[in-house]
Design a protein around this ligand. Structure first.
Ligand code: C2E
Ligand code: CA
Ligand code: CA
Ligand code: CA
Length: 236
């Protein structure tokens, strides 16, 4: 099933959207973490039908929220290699009636390990459809800045590993500052992930982040609860 974690505006703390996060409730093992089962789904190829279900389900649920509230969906690099993503996204949007501008696709740098012309073409088509593209876990993967010149990302997500030891750790703070500078120069929206403390929030706000996501605001919640939060746009 999908859970949804609020993403809030940095200044006002109002809900801008939700990230869809996959959950597997195993009959014997309880909740299994996506960090454990996504790699398995990728190895076995199950990620293709599963990924299709995730996009359709996320769009279907988000279409019930007020018009300004967006949904972010995580994509696996395998989905770029073995499926026609623009075709799938177009059909999910049509079926659900969700506006393309309300769908964000979260992509990690690992997609660019094999930056084939086909992958580049898919990202360009998605952009032309007005779907938002977001660069996830920035700085943790096989960073190469060259793809930032070729693909216009709307958003960059600062990984929680850089946020964790703020505001006291110097290297984390320096990296956050560098990412904010880079993203500002490229007109990208900057979201900080894994914000857990008020001190982190203040530090990131001061550095110029636009959006926050983390336990300080809310954990991922079931769809029903997300719908209630979306209608209010405010967190309790
Ligand atoms: P991610 O995309 O970086 O997602 C953020 C993860 O951080 C989520 O873990 C979220 O629950 C967790 N998180 C949010 N706020 C905080 C916080 O304040 N502190 C801490 N410590 N953690 C926080 P989750 O849901 O376990 O997902 C783990 C990873 O699994 C995701 O990392 C993503 O890479 C992958 N994943 C989850 N859902 C999907 C999906 O639908 N499709 C694909 N392809 N991957 C998914
Ligand atoms: Ca993500
Ligand atoms: Ca992330
Ligand atoms: Ca992560």
């Amino acid at each position: 099933m999908l859970y949804f974690q609020p993403i809030v505006t940095a200044k006002e703390g109002r809900i801008r959207g939700f990230e869809a996060l996959l959950r597997w409730r195993h009959p014997a093992r309880g909740f299994v973490s996506p960090a454990d089962f996504i790699p398995l789904a990728e190895e076995t190829g199950v990620i293709i039908p599963l990924g299709e279900w995730i996009i359709r389900e996320a769009c279907r649920i988000a279409a019930t929220w007020p018009g300004e509230v967006s949904v972010a969906v995580n994509l696996s690099p395998i989905q770029f290699r073995h499926s026609d993503l623009p075709l799938l996204v177009r059909s999910a949007l049509r079926e659900s009636g969700l506006a393309a501008t309300r769908l964000e696709l979260e992509i990690t740098e690992s997609v660019f390990l094999e930056a084939t012309p086909a992958i580049h073409a898919m990202l360009t088509t998605l952009r032309e459809m007005r779907v938002r593209l977001s660069l996830d876990d920035f700085g943790t993967g096989y960073s190469s800045l060259s793809y930032l010149r070729r693909i216009a990302f709307d958003k960059i997500k600062i990984d929680q590993s850089f946020v964790r030891d703020l505001p006291h750790e110097r290297s984390g703070a320096a990296i956050v500052r560098a990412i904010v500078d880079l993203a500002t120069g490229l007109d990208m929206t900057i979201t900080a992930e894994g914000v857990e403390t008020e001190a982190q929030r203040l530090c990131l706000l001061h550095q110029g982040c636009h959006e926050f996501q983390g336990y300080l605001f809310s954990k991922p919640v079931p769809a029903l609860e997300a719908g209630i939060l979306a209608a209010k746009r405010d967190l309790p």
